[in-house]
Design a protein around this ligand. Structure first.
Ligand SMILES: N[C@@H](CCC(=O)N[C@@H](CS)C(=O)NCC(=O)O)C(=O)O
Length: 207
C-alpha cells in the first residue's frame, strides 16, 4: 500500500494526490507539516532529512521531492500515457517539470510568503515587487508556450508536466496582485478544470 506523508493544503502534496487519482491508485495519507505533526521530529527526519513534505512510502521504498515522486509513480504504476518513454517526448515533459520546481517556484517564493503567509521575515516591499515581477515574467513564458501548443504544456496531450504547472497556475490566480491578461493561460485553466482530479486537488480554492 502506498503511503503519503503530508497535509493536503500543500501544493507539493497535491501533485501526488492528483496523480494518484489520475492513475486510480489507492493510498493512505497522514497529516504532517505546518499545523500538524512537525517534519522536524526525529522519526520524520529519518525519512526525509530536509524536514519537508511530501514523503512517499511504497513498501520499504522511501522517496522525497514531489517532482521525483510523481515521476516514480508514473513509472511504477502504468503512467506511461502521462510520462512517455520516447526520449524527446519525455525530455520536454521533464524540462517543464524542472522549470516548475526551479525557475517558477523560486520566482513566487518571496511574494507568496509576504502576501499569503504574512511571514515576518518577508516584509521587504522592494523584494515583494521584484518577486511579483519575476513571477509574472515566468507566467509570460508559460503563456507563450501555451500559445504554441493550444492545449497542454508539453503538447496536445495531458502529461505529468500539467500536474505541476496546473497547480502553479492555480496559485498564480489565487494570489492577489496585478496580473497581465494571458488568454492562453486562461484557456488552459478552463481545459484543466474539465478534469475531476484537478477540481479536487487543483482548482479547489487552496493556494
Ligand atoms: N522541493 C520540495 C519542496 C518541499 C516543501 O517545501 N514542502 C513544504 C510544503 S509545500 C513544507 O514541507 N513546508 C513545511 C511544513 O509544512 O512543515 C518538494 O517539491 O517536495
Amino acid at each position: 500500500m502506498i503511503k503519503i506523508l503530508g497535509r493536503t493544503d500543500s501544493i507539493n502534496v497535491r501533485k501526488i494526490l492528483w496523480l494518484c487519482d489520475e492513475l486510480n491508485l489507492d493510498y493512505v495519507r497522514e497529516d504532517w507539516g505546518r499545523g500538524f505533526a512537525s517534519p522536524k521530529q526525529i522519526e520524520f527526519l529519518a525519512l526525509n532529512p530536509n524536514a519537508t513534505i511530501p514523503v512517499l512510502i511504497d513498501g520499504d521504498f522511501i522517496l522525497w521531492q514531489s517532482n521525483s515522486i510523481i515521476r516514480y509513480l508514473a513509472n511504477a504504476y502504468s503512467g506511461e500515457y502521462l510520462y512517455p518513454k520516447e526520449p524527446q517526448q519525455r525530455a520536454i515533459i521533464d524540462q517543464w517539470i524542472d522549470w516548475q520546481g526551479i525557475e517558477l517556484n523560486n520566482s513566487w517564493t518571496y511574494a507568496l510568503m509576504h502576501i499569503i503567509r504574512h511571514s515576518p521575515e518577508h516584509q521587504d516591499f522592494e523584494k515583494v515587487s521584484q518577486s511579483i515581477e519575476a513571477w509574472n515574467a515566468m507566467m509570460h513564458i508559460l503563456e507563450q508556450q501555451l500559445a504554441k501548443t493550444r492545449a497542454y504544456v508539453a503538447g496536445k496531450n495531458f502529461s505529468l508536466s500539467d500536474i505541476v504547472i496546473g497547480l502553479s497556475v492555480q496559485r498564480w490566480y489565487l494570489t492577489p496582485f496585478d496580473k497581465p491578461d494571458y488568454p492562453n493561460i486562461k484557456a488552459y485553466y478552463a481545459l484543466l478544470s474539465k478534469r475531476e482530479a484537478y477540481m479536487r486537488w487543483g482548482n479547489n480554492g487552496q493556494n
